[in-house]
Ligand binder design. Structure first.
Ligand SMILES: *Cc1c(COP(=O)(O)O)cnc(C)c1O
Length: 392
């Protein structure tokens, strides 16, 4: 039997055709496919601007640049995330503050966030970067209220959550990434994420000035836009107006992303079916299955269960021996040697540290077959039957 990983991309014949057509076209980069994806993605989410970049980490870095983050500026994020959420701001010398997580959703705990904000004068924190961990939406409306009160900018790390949604207090459905209550949102198109482009990322915003900045910094800070030039020597003329990067993506990656985007709704639906199946099958085991509140659509990038800390490693190993590659996500960012070298330490975020001892992400991807799913479930039951026999 083939190994079953915790996530896997699905590449169809249509995807391949879209890439091949692009390879045969005039543009391999800086052509029409990138704006085509940006338009479709923006329309899908219901946001004004989308800027496609080389990867999700670059997207976070560009957000930090657009917000004018300076060395020593305080930025709050969650420890239960891929380290890039913090690193994107570290690149500019930000001082990262880790806010502990909610024990039910595993997302940044907004009560704790409020405590942190309250303890310092308004304006102390420049940005807050929550993560829609596993595909679960953060309460952007409450975050927005806090942003207004305490004067910070909001960047939603939505790398796990394209296609997810939540309901605001007026009863209106809000797509994750529509930036109705946030300044910026960020996505990744790494193969393990919903839209697989090999590498890739995007920034969304309704703010024209932030959009102009991220688009400029994506390509060296260079513009040819006649409206923006300070002078114009002729058709060849361009200006480098600020120090930017080469964070561009290729045309064939954009074509692949567009083809994948057309299946996103199906993917979310299938992921939720798989989640339901796990929920039902694992209910009678000593396992906690993922929480969902009313009114949300979980994007289920990950299906994370919690087990007793004394069994987690044994379960991981048992699944591994049976060709099932579950994953532990994430090791709290503040316990990484790099962040420790900056003064962070164990004990800083106790809920996240406890979560780390219990969590296990089971295989979750839309092309997971019903047979594989049943095999995973049977193997987990087998593990607990063994545990019972051994009286442990
Ligand atoms: C994947 C991911 C990123 C980084 O995206 P890349 O495209 O791999 O650079 C950032 N934040 C989170 C939460 C992610 O899962």
């Amino acid at each position: 039997m083939n190994p079953i990983s915790y996530g896997h991309q699905l590449i169809t014949d249509e995807d391949i055709l879209a890439v091949v057509e692009t390879l045969k076209s005039d543009y391999l980069t800086q052509g029409p496919r990138i704006p085509e994806f940006e338009q479709k993605f923006a329309d899908y989410l219901g946001v004004k601007h989308a800027c496609m970049v080389s990867n999700g980490t670059a997207a976070l870095h560009l957000c930090a640049m657009a917000l004018g983050i300076q060395p020593g500026d305080k930025v709050i994020t969650t420890p239960i995330t891929f380290v890039a959420s913090a690193n994107g701001f570290r690149y500019l010398g930000a001082d990262i503050v880790f806010c502990d997580i909610d024990s039910k959703t595993f997302l940044m705990d907004l009560d704790k966030l409020e405590e942190i904000l309250k303890a310092s004068p308004k304006g102390t924190y420049k940005a807050v970067v929550p993560v829609d961990f596993a595909g679960y939406p953060i309460d952007e409306e409450r975050l927005h209220q806090l942003a207004l009160e305490y004067g910070f900018k909001t960047v939603i790390d939505a790398c796990h959550a394209p296609g997810g949604s939540w309901t605001d207090s007026k009863g209106e459905k809000q797509m994750i990434g529509n930036c109705k209550y946030a300044d910026l949102s960020v996505f990744s198109f790494h193969p393990v994420k919903h839209i697989a482009a090999g590498e890739g990322g995007a920034i969304t915003t309704n703010n024209a000035e932030l959009y102009r900045k991220v688009a400029l910094y994506r390509t060296h800070g260079i513009t040819k836009d006649p409206e923006l030039l300070t002078q114009n020597d002729g058709g060849w003329y361009y200006e480098m107006q600020e120090l930017g990067y080469n964070y561009r993506i290729t045309e064939f990656q954009a074509a692949l992303a567009t083809s994948q985007l057309s299946r996103l709704d199906w993917s979310i639906k299938r992921r939720n079916e798989i989640a339901k199946r796990y929920d039902d099958a694992l209910r009678n085991l000593p396992i906690l299955t993922p929480f969902r509140a009313e009114g949300i659509t979980h994007a289920f990038h990950l299906y994370v269960i919690e087990v007793h800390p004394i069994r987690r490693k044994a379960l991981y190993d048992y699944l591994h021996e049976n060709n099932i590659f579950s994953q532990v996500l994430y090791i709290p960012a503040h316990t990484m040697p790099y962040y420790k070298s900056l003064g962070h330490k164990e004990g800083e975020c106790p809920v996240a540290e406890d979560y780390y001892k219990r969590c296990l992400a089971l295989p979750m991807y839309p092309s997971l077959t019903d047979e594989d799913l049943q095999y995973i479930i049977d193997t987990i039951w087998e593990f607990y039957a063994e545990v019972g026999k051994n009286g442990k």
